[in-house]
Ligand binder design. Structure first.
Ligand code: 13P
Ligand code: ZN
Length: 265
């Protein structure tokens, strides 16, 4: 207890829970820690248990992660991090070594392969990338029931729900159809989208968001869910006016936003 890096993570997990975006064990998080951060919590080389994965992790060997445990409730992470979270090191191409946590014999989230594949892709485009967060935000899930699943259509509609959307996610948002969660196919598909996007929607399931910091990713989730909430509140009402393509282009120019082309231009 009292470890700053763990406290920062559990505070975000608690906030996500309090927003209603992570019911029961819904959602999971993985965050790259520095060696100094790990040293402040535990030994960096005393491996207690190992977990093996059948894909190539060579590009992240030596990295440290804090990863939520499978079946664990976000609700409980703040009061008992050592049971609900684990600190792991990628010890070779296929193996994670547990250094701390999962005190009750637990294991990394069932979505760990997807998280790790996303980290591998995001680190290629952004060396400062650190965080992958999966959650179940209500309005995003609602939208996947009534909106088509085209990524450009979602991007355009979410950008037009509120002025801040294009500022916060200028690269847009990717959408995947329903695919079996926890499996290989969804991990590969999500990581493929992460080559171009920080945010990927899983139809009838939830959202994966990535970024450099806990604040950045929490802000991304909040902004996407807020846009989806506005969409759900107005989608069956007559619209008298909305944000136009021209207005978004004016905004992009004024704020020097490098937005995804081919949607509003
Ligand atoms: P875990 O409990 O294994 O993290 O799974 C929760 C979840 O949201 C699956 O997508
Ligand atoms: Zn989920």
């Amino acid at each position: 207890m009292g470890y700053k890096c763990i406290e920062e993570v559990t505070e975000i997990l608690d906030l996500l829970y309090k927003h209603g975006w992570d019911e029961r064990n819904g959602g999971n998080l993985s965050y790259i820690l520095t060696e100094e951060e790990v040293e402040s919590v535990c030994d960096t080389d005393k491996v207690k248990r190992t977990f093996t994965y059948n894909f190539d992790m060579s590009s992240i060997v030596g990295k440290y992660f804090v990863i939520t445990g499978t079946g664990k409730y976000f609700k409980n992470c703040l009061k008992d991090p050592e049971t609900n979270l684990g600190i792991l090191k990628v010890i070779d191409n296929h193996t994670l070594g547990l250094l701390w946590g999962y005190k009750d014999g637990g294991a990394p989230t069932s979505e760990a392969p997807t998280h790790l594949k996303c980290h591998i892709e995001r680190l290629k485009v952004d060396p400062k990338h650190r965080l992958v967060c999966h959650c179940h935000p209500t309005n995003v899930i609602c939208m996947t029931h009534i909106h088509d699943l085209d990524s450009n259509h979602w991007t355009e509609d979410l950008w037009k729900m509120q002025t801040e959307s294009i500022v916060v996610f200028p690269e847009g948002i990717a959408v995947l159809p329903w695919i079996l969660c926890g499996g290989e196919e969804i991990g590969i598909a999500t990581a493929e989208k992460m080559k171009e996007y920080r945010s990927v929607v899983w139809a009838q399931h939830g959202l994966f968001c990535t970024g450099k910091t806990l604040d950045e990713v929490f802000g991304l989730i909040e902004t996407i869910e807020k846009a989806a909430e506005i969409y759900m509140k107005i989608c069956d009402k007559p619209r008298l006016q909305s944000i136009t393509n021209e207005q978004l282009l004016t905004l992009a120019k004024a704020f020097k936003i490098d937005f995804r082309h081919g949607i509003i231009d």
